[in-house]
Design a protein around this ligand. Sequence first.
Ligand code: CA
Length: 158
Amino acid sequence: MKRIARCLVTAAGATLLALTTSVSVAQAAPSPPAATSADQHEASPEALLRARSDCPLEWFCVWNLANFIDGPGKWKDLEADYWQYDHPSCPWEVWGDCASSVYNHGRNCAVTFYNETEGGGAYYWALPKGSYLANLAQDTWSDGTSPDNKIESHAWIC
Ligand SMILES: [Ca+2]
């Protein structure tokens, strides 16, 4: 009998813990991040609306042109090789060496993108969650050159 009672207490405790956990998770659930520019180049409200409607929450998205036009290429996970993804209006008809604007619609992590596949070459470290670069021609890689039409892979930095 004592054993059953202890089990019940344990079960009740587990239920309470589960309730407490679910409540705290609900409270901690972040609202979608407000889009902010990671550099000094602000996008127009119209461009931001387009970016947010095109790019699902928790994904990283890229567009062929500045201001989130012509795309997006979008990935939820890291992507080591943009050359595998078709986009007919890109110079090589794939997303490799094509992106001219990017938006990190992630909830939790920054994203870093690279000049070469598999995280190689120069990089942009790191675009915070909810942030965008509306015109990559105005930004620089780690080596000081332009990332415009040069992204070949990205990874999440959590
Ligand atoms: Ca482009």
